[in-house]
Design a binder for this molecule. Structure first.
Ligand SMILES: [Zn+2]
Length: 60
């Protein structure tokens, strides 16, 4: 198995990790109840998606 010849310096290690930060998930709001929700997902509060109710048993 290949083994690295030299220890990666703190500088090189940190340069590699500069791309690893997490991004905040994008958010959209429900047209029915104005609740914050994930885009392309039914609203978890009222169960609406694209103006139609797609999950039964939710309020509204
Ligand atoms: Zn909603």
């Amino acid at each position: 198995m290949a083994v690295p010849k030299h220890k990666t310096s703190k500088s090189k290690r940190d340069m590699r990790r500069s791309h690893q930060s997490l991004e905040a998930p994008s958010l959209s709001t429900c047209k029915e109840c104005d609740e914050v929700k994930l885009p392309h997902h039914a609203c978890p509060k009222c169960g609406h998606y694209k103006g139609k109710k797609v999950i039964e048993g939710k309020e509204d």
